[in-house]
Write a new protein. Structure first.
Length: 123
């Protein structure tokens, strides 16, 4: 078989495969978070969030909005050495990151259906 013909047949099969993938995955939110940090942050973002009274007071003093905490859950890094990931029934995670050139750390309690922001620190 000629090389041109092989590339032509490969191109047809590749095109059909791309079209099928677009039809099957159209409108679905498919993601591939294989690393522990990204996977856990996605789980924390998907649950209902609650702030403790202390955290709400600190956020109001420092002029921090809850959207900035959500941004930290999007771009932050989980410090697994400070986290308590094996504790039952709720697990605790320490998340560090930068929001608007401010270094912020939050301590999060992750239960079955709810995420509670327990502590917030500014560096």
């Amino acid at each position: 078989m000629e090389l041109k013909r092989r590339f032509f047949i490969f191109g047809i099969g590749f095109s059909i495969g791309i079209v099928l993938l677009l039809v099957i995955l159209n409108g679905k939110e498919a993601s591939c978070n294989y690393l522990p940090n990204a996977r856990m942050l996605e789980i924390l973002r998907s649950k209902h969030r609650v702030f403790t009274d202390d955290v709400i007071q600190i956020m109001s003093k420092k002029n921090i909005d809850s959207t900035e905490v959500v941004e930290l859950l999007l771009k932050g890094d989980i410090d697994f050495s400070k986290s308590k990931v094996r504790q039952e029934p709720c697990r605790y995670y320490w998340i560090d990151g930068y929001v608007k050139q401010k270094e912020i750390s939050i301590y999060v309690e992750n239960c079955d259906t709810i995420v509670t922001i327990q502590q917030i620190n500014f560096e």
